[in-house]
Design a protein around this ligand. Sequence first.
Ligand code: TYM
Length: 346
Amino acid sequence: MAETAPDDVNSAFTPRVFSGIQPSGHLHLGNYLGALKRFAETQNRGVQSIYCMVDLHAITVWQEPADLRHATRELAAGFIASGLDPARSILFNQSQVPEHAQLAWLFNCVARMGWMGRMTQWKDKAGKNAENASLGLFAYPALMAADILVYHATHVPVGEDQKQHLELTRDIAAKFNHDYGVDFFPITEPVIEGAATRVMSLRDGSKKMSKSDPSDMSRINMTDDAETIAKKIRKAKTDPEPLPMDLDGLEGRPEARNLVNIYAALADCTPEDVIRDHGGQQFGTFKPSLADLAVAKLAPISSEMQQLMQDPAEIDRILGSGAERAREIAAPILERTFEIMGMVRG
Ligand code: TYM
């Protein structure tokens, strides 16, 4: 039995960052502020970073093959345009590294049905129609644990909505280590930081901004042009009061809070700074400032994405070579996992 406390377990591992994004639908501002922008910052701090377009996760709900292919390339373009350098970070799509699916199977045998059934994403996505949901959707978090642990990743930057899945990843690692009497898998730390860990819908401050919201006005897509971005911000739901003079004044005003948080994340400052500079302003004044800032930050990314998408063969080459580098790390870790579990290796 493993006696070591989680922190001691982790000290044996080289710091390594892993995160993933589903190539389904368009990238939106929540993905950018909650994930991509922070990935680029992590890479620039010099930690080894591995980023994955999780196409195997995307197919847990139906994807048109042509749309999946396009979304995977567009997501890769989004990573690069957001500042991820494929030479410094490893960028690849999940299905090109079979070790993810192989380790996921092993973890399907470690995770318990009860753990999976408690996942809020499963409950939200399967809803009352669980009988008709794919088995893959139920097992989704075990594949996510495999994504992370097949690299012995120690840190995972994500938005707030992934917190429960990361707790399950820790549970799977701890149960594996305990059952086999090893300190083999790290107890990964979620990194959920900054003003924009939960960007909300522009139409409803109680719902997160999401690719699956039927209203396109609820989100800013990374492919929206300047005019569309400005229109969506102008039409964003707000209340009739001006911005408060201190942060406490945002209490009970989710739409106002959301716009302040978005401003702070885009401007690389804190919500306190935004309130200091804009407190007392009517939304008629604040929204145009936010729109200008959003366009200034997002337009260069969207135009670089468009440019990269002109050369899909180059994107495919980048993903292929990322996958090769990823496999060099993943293959020995998977091999050792098989050995620990008692599989005969020739
Ligand atoms: P996905 O594709 O839904 O989202 C990708 C990343 O964007 C973040 N995010 C948000 N952040 C702030 N506000 C929002 N409204 C918002 N919407 C999305 C998510 O938190 C995430 O960081 N299961 C994952 C993909 C995944 C993964 C992994 C992540 C698969 N394997 C391993 C980390 C590690 C997902 O569906 O993310």
